[in-house]
Design a binder for this molecule. Structure first.
Ligand code: MOS
Length: 733
């Protein structure tokens, strides 16, 4: 029997998803459910002078209006310094620190009544001058920068740059962006005495449990967080934000379950976003294109009350072989909500700058951009000075370039045409670290010859239900169809937050280990039974396929799970496992996935419109658990890259700090007409070091380098270098 791992199986939850049968957090029914609507600030900075909720409170069905004057006090809304938890502002004082900060919460018996009453809450502010100008704000280096980003000096970067015969030195900027998953943030909170159940759209049920328990000052065991599905997260559901706490606060005060769902404009408020970046990249090279110096410094913005660093320079430490290097990051405070992780935080924005600069260097040196990258190929990690656990980037370059037809590219910019349109070819490198955290899983094998695997992890749209079922099936030796897998509940075994592309690597390790423990426990039960053909046998003596143990010495002798467990008093045997990376794993090997992105654009020289004609990319990310869901991840990332290159930008009115395009009509994302035939090539790779199954994460690498590949293609088409995203027509005409 061929194993289930690797097969391009359909999503286990696909039919339920497309038929609407699934229940997302906002759809969980509760008797007596009350509905909460947040009232958001209309200024970015100042104090609340008065809040008049009297008109709202007079409306039929309104149960309460919470403001900073009457909201229950919570103890722990400040983020602990030792992790990445955001500081949560929940009606605890009269300060306004950003546009769309929650300033009141209206709860009523129906959503319509709550929404209507929320519109009647009158807030008078004393506005103070807001920091809204990125360029004018003072930059500082946060104390924890080394922890969350990269600061490093290698050799003599300035001296080597000054002496280099070929140099480029430019500033690249990427704008604020908002995640906007289709499913908005949503929480249903229900208390039973001192016990809280939260149905929360979250990328981390355990992280949410921890944070909410801290905020309310209650034991972890009193909070249960459930989230069987989320309709996209991309990082914005990777932290706990005010609305989750507000829902729980209201539910406790009103002694009834409360639902709070953000509307689309509110998604531009208190739930994170990708900060603005301004990055200088200076590259110095010998005439043959060999890098002698790289300087990459990034300035990004955070809120006035919290720290978030978009780690744009991290990839620069490891991507190319360069003897002299400086990377550093600074922050500016602005009256904005705290930014957060957004698909490949750091690598996406940083690769736009670095990979645009590499393209500029290629033209300055008169070397093909792909050849330039090969001349600077890092055989070992140049920052950590350790080998890569595996690196198939050369193969990615080769297969993607060949499939794309890179050799047909005319070297001269503005020299390729199709009818009236300019044609451009561009490429860039992609990379993303292979992360893994401790995870646990439980697998039960039953007398009916089926297995049930459990891990508390999340399904953020990536295919968790499918791939972990495949892993469990191979781990126990049962067909995929005989295995069930459940996730998304803090009552299940503990797993990490689904961020940093770590879920597949972390949870597959635990599920596989637990499945093997369960298998071995069943074998041990049979081995103790003198009547069993497996009597006295250990896992070394047997194979298990299609639910049947067979002796290696005589495969005709054996027993099925069903036969063995029918004799078991409970008819069921389970296995549990915790699986964690070795403490020194990343000291011995540098662990990253790699890829190569190639884009062709068509530019209308009169109108300045850019269309991506095709993108062909190759990625090597260790063992692929499911080629179908993996391809979807890559294509999703590449689509994001098109949006990053051409469409996405959150615009703030600099006079008053208001976000001006807080809706999906004005905040542009790629639509079908913007997304051409995309091709993601899977480059097979075996990695014996990253984790037991050799899995690298793939949720984020698809966006990395994509915007640079498109911008580089735009330069090739037009001869015009756009260093400020998104590339909109006004920048090209
Ligand atoms: Mo991802 S941006 O690390 O959720």
């Amino acid at each position: 029997m061929a194993g289930a791992i690797g097969r391009p199986l359909d999503r286990a939850d696909g039919r339920a998803k497309v038929t609407g049968a699934l229940r997302y957090s906002a759809e969980v029914p509760y008797p007596n459910l009350a509905h909460a609507v947040m009232v958001l600030s209309t200024i970015p900075s100042g104090r609340i002078h008065t809040i008049d909720a009297s008109a709202a409170l007079r409306q039929p069905g309104v149960l309460q209006v919470f403001t900073h004057e009457n909201a229950p006090r919570v103890t722990g809304s400040k983020g602990p310094k030792d992790d990445n938890a955001r500081i949560i502002a929940v009606l605890q004082d009269d300060h306004v620190r950003y546009d769309r900060q929650p300033v009141a919460l209206v709860v009523a018996d129906t959503l319509e009544r709550a929404t209507d009453a929320a519109s009647l809450v009158r807030v008078r502010y004393g506005a103070t001058d807001a920091f809204t100008r990125f360029e004018h704000a003072d930059a500082f280096t946060p104390a924890n920068v080394q922890h969350v980003a990269a600061v490093e000096d290698r050799g003599d970067p300035r001296g080597a740059f000054a002496a280099a015969p070929v140099r480029v030195d430019n500033v690249y900027t990427t704008p604020a962006e908002h995640h906007n998953p289709m499913e908005p943030h949503a929480t249903v909170a229900a208390w039973d005495g001192d016990n809280l159940t939260l149905h929360d759209a979250t990328q981390g049920v355990f992280a949410t449990r921890k944070r909410v328990a801290e905020v309310f000052g209650i034991p972890l065991s009193h909070v249960r967080v459930i989230c069987p599905f989320i309709g996209g997260g991309f990082g914005c559901k990777g932290s706990t934000w005010p609305h989750t706490v507000l829902a729980a606060m209201a539910a406790r005060a009103l002694r009834r379950p409360v639902k709070l769902v953000l509307d689309r404009p509110q998604m531009f408020g208190s739930v994170g976003w990708r900060p603005h970046t301004e990055q200088r990249v200076a590259l110095g090279a010998a005439r043959d294109g060999k890098l002698v110096s790289t300087i990459h410094t990034a300035k990004t913005n955070t809120s006035v009350f919290d720290i978030f660093v978009e780690p744009s320079t991290v990839l620069t430490k490891m991507l190319y072989d360069v003897p002299n290097l400086r990377v550093a990051q600074t922050l500016v405070r602005m009256n904005v909500s705290t930014p957060t992780y957004m698909r490949a935080p750091g690598e996406s924005s940083g690769s736009f700058a670095l990979e645009s600069a590499m393209d500029e260097l290629a033209y300055a040196a008169g070397i093909d951009p792909l050849e330039l990258r090969l001349r600077n190929y890092a055989e070992t990690d140049p920052g950590e000075k350790i080998p890569f656990s595996s690196k198939s980037l050369r193969e990615c370059y080769r297969v993607a370039a060949e499939r794309f037809g890179w050799s047909r590219r005319a070297a001269q910019p503005r020299s390729m045409r199709a009818g009236d349109e300019l044609v451009g070819y561009g490429m860039a490198t992609a990379t993303y670290p292979t992360n893994r955290s401790m995870a646990s899983a439980l697998v039960r094998i039953s007398a009916d010859g089926s297995a049930h695997a459990l891990a508390g992890t999340q399904e953020i749209g990536t295919g968790s239900y499918t791939v972990f079922r495949q892993v469990a099936a191979d781990g126990v030796g049962l067909p995929f169809e005989r295995v069930h897998f459940d996730l998304g509940d803090t009552n299940m075994p503990m797993t990490p937050v689904s961020g940093g592309s770590q879920t597949a690597a972390s949870v597959s390790s635990a599920v596989f280990a637990a499945a093997q423990v369960a298998r071995d426990n069943v074998l041990a039960f049979a081995a103790a039974d003198a009547s069993s053909p497996l009597y006295g046998k250990t896992s070394d003596d047997v194979t298990v396929q299609d639910g049947r143990f067979a002796l290696k010495s005589d495969p005709s002798r054996g027993e099925t799970y069903a036969a063995i467990l029918t004799r078991h008093p409970v008819g069921e045997i389970e296995g549990r496992a915790d699986s964690a990376p070795a403490a020194d794993a990343k000291k011995l090997h540098s662990m990253h996935a790699f890829g190569a992105q190639f884009a062709e654009v068509r530019v209308d020289p009169q109108l300045g419109t850019v269309r991506v004609a095709r993108m062909i990319s190759a990625f090597a990310a260790g063992r692929i658990l499911n080629r179908k869901t993996a391809r979807s991840q890559y294509l999703g990332g590449m689509t994001w890259a098109i949006g990053m290159a051409l469409h996405e930008v959150t615009r703030m009115d600099l006079r008053n700090g208001r976000i001006m395009n807080a809706n999906l009509a004005d905040y542009l994302v790629p639509v079908h007409a913007d997304v051409p035939a995309l091709e993601a090539i899977v480059v097979d790779e075996e990695d014996p070091y990253v984790n037991p199954l050799g899995v690298k994460g793939i949720g984020e690498i698809g966006i990395v380098g994509g915007a640079a590949a498109i911008a580089n293609a735009v330069f090739h088409a037009t001869g015009k270098r756009i260093r400020d995203l998104p590339i909109q027509p006004d920048k090209l005409v």
